[in-house]
Design a protein around this ligand. Structure first.
Ligand code: ACM
Ligand code: ZN
Length: 498
């Protein structure tokens, strides 16, 4: 029996051929109070996958979940299997939780029997994120929880939730109820023109935040602005330059109607919404979008032009910068770390003020950034345009700059169901986590491929769909066909009327 762990641990030594430990419900499970999350996660896994009752502690085997704060790396852990004894020791609460994720993989592969082994492990990047777009298609709290469960197995620690866009506003805001009530629904031709949508209530958010925290995952909410704001404008038309009424759109792509950066009422609105968002999501991190902002309406808007003059700005591009800085400053005063998408036409270097997610252009400055390279980490790309091997092979430091973290993204313009979402995301998220967590020297594509059967079995425990090995690395003809279909979807999406 061979054992594998995904993402690859820093050091992994199997020390015996025969099993030396067998986990039964008689086992003595001894967890420190600080390891309660890890203990709960392990016992829930044993119950779900092996139908095992919580260990009662009358047998010879011992399983320890400990914390040793003298271990050198944050989130690191050490896992040892000796005769009748398993010990998982975290450097902190997260470390022991990640150690248990490794243990779950091993127990599944060994059907509860383990040989002697030693694992020393710690993450390469501190910020290991997955972004889920619940705007283009809505994903329910239960679906989001399934992604959180999957993220935990991949040792990813940040869920970036894309909560607002042209096609839907997806979170309840008490001070602006119409955002969700009107902005949360669209008449979508793909659904026969019937209202399509949904949103997270405050109770849903509180539940998700707690669910994520128990898995050592922080949620970064994103309210996208000043572009990608049609759903907000549909609810509150005064937010746009023209103030004209309009409906939530089903058309994908970039829309010219954006938030007016001239009127003070826009800033009041944005601040009140963001203040509520900060209360709901306690991660201390927030994303303010900033991507794909066409400036035509600002050019024609008396309010935007007046603000440009009043602030002594050069042009609309400078107004974009002033808008982003003002919103970021409001949030920074409330203790938030602010993120935004890099905007290749408009972004200056925001330095530390706004940490940029680089998606369609590598960074030119030394400012801290997140690498969300769309060529390799946009998992909505078909397996034809982004084969597994390409996703795996990408090395984020190769352009000479080291990000503070990595992010894999699932945009959902053409992903309407969990089945499709799983097919897009897995096994590419496995490839991604082996760059986000494992050290570079430990990346080995052939070894990764050999792990896929065990990985697929792990995903089935959630359950989660995935692309099989052949589907994830299609041949040239299938690649071309998939890429063509992908472009066809975009063209159809662009041409939608509403
Ligand atoms: C993006 O893909 N528009 C960030
Ligand atoms: Zn304006």
């Amino acid at each position: 029996m061979t054992f594998s762990v995904l993402p690859q641990p820093r050091a992994f030594r199997v020390l015996s051929d025969a099993p030396v430990f067998r986990l039964t419900y008689l086992c003595n499970l001894r967890a420190l109070p600080e390891a309660a999350d890890a203990e709960a996660d392990l016992t829930a896994f044993l119950e779900k996958v092996f139908e095992m009752d919580a260990p009662i502690g009358s047998g010879r085997e011992y399983l320890y979940l400990n914390i040793d704060r003298s271990l050198p790396d944050p989130e690191g852990y050490r896992l040892t299997v000796e005769k009748n004894k398993v010990t998982v020791t975290g450097a902190d609460e997260s470390g022991v939780f990640w150690g248990v994720q490794t243990l779950k993989q091993l127990l599944l592969q060994g059907e509860l029997e383990l040989p002697a082994m030693e694992i020393d492990d710690a993450p390469r990047f501190a910020h290991r994120a997955f972004m889920l777009d619940i705007c283009r298609h809505f994903f329910t709290p239960d679906a989001i929880k399934r992604f959180l469960d999957a993220m935990a197995l991949h040792k990813l620690n940040v869920l970036h939730l894309h909560l607002s866009d042209d096609q839907g506003w997806r979170v309840e805001i008490y001070s602006r109820l119409l955002l969700a009530q009107i902005g949360g629904f669209r008449a979508d031709p793909a659904y026969g023109g019937k209202p399509y949508g949904g949103f997270l209530s405050k109770a849903d958010v509180a539940d998700l935040v707690a669910y994520a925290a128990a898995r050592h995952i922080r949620i970064v909410p994103e309210i996208d602005m000043p572009g990608h704001s049609i759903a907000a404008i549909a609810a509150y038309p005064f937010l746009s330059c023209s103030g004209k009424e309009r409906s939530v759109t089903s058309r994908v792509g970039i829309h010219r109607d954006i938030l007016c950066a001239g009127k003070e009422s826009t800033y009041e609105f944005v601040f009140s919404v963001l203040d509520e968002i900060c209360e709901m999501f306690p991660s201390g991190m927030i994303h303010i979008g900033g991507d794909e902002v066409p400036l035509q309406h600002w050019t024609q808007c008396p309010d935007c032009q007046k603000r440009i003059r009043d602030l002594g700005l050069a042009d609309e591009k400078a107004l974009y910068e002033a808008f982003m800085r003002r919103v970021a400053e409001h949030l920074r005063q409330r203790g938030q770390r602010v993120f935004a998408w890099h905007n290749k036409e408009l972004s200056p270097s925001f330095g530390d003020e706004i940490v940029l997610h680089h998606w369609n252009r590598p960074p030119q400055t030394q400012a801290p950034f997140i690498d969300a390279n769309w060529l390799v980490y946009y998992l909505d790309h078909s397996h034809g345009t982004l084969p597994l091997k390409t996703c795996y092979a990408y090395e984020p430091t190769e352009n000479g700059k080291t990000p503070i973290g990595l992010e894999a993204c699932l945009w959902t313009e053409f992903v309407a169901t969990m089945e499709k979402a799983g097919f897009q995301v897995f096994p590419r998220l496995g490839a991604f986590c082996e760059t986000a967590w494992s050290i570079r020297e430990n990346k080995d594509y052939d070894r990764f491929l050999a792990k896929l059967p065990a990985y697929e079995r792990l995903l089935q425990t959630l359950p989660m769909t995935f692309a099989g090995r052949r589907a994830a690395n299609p041949n040239a003809l299938t690649r071309a066909r998939m890429a063509l279909k992908e472009w066809g979807n975009w063209v159809k999406g662009f041409l939608r009327k509403t």
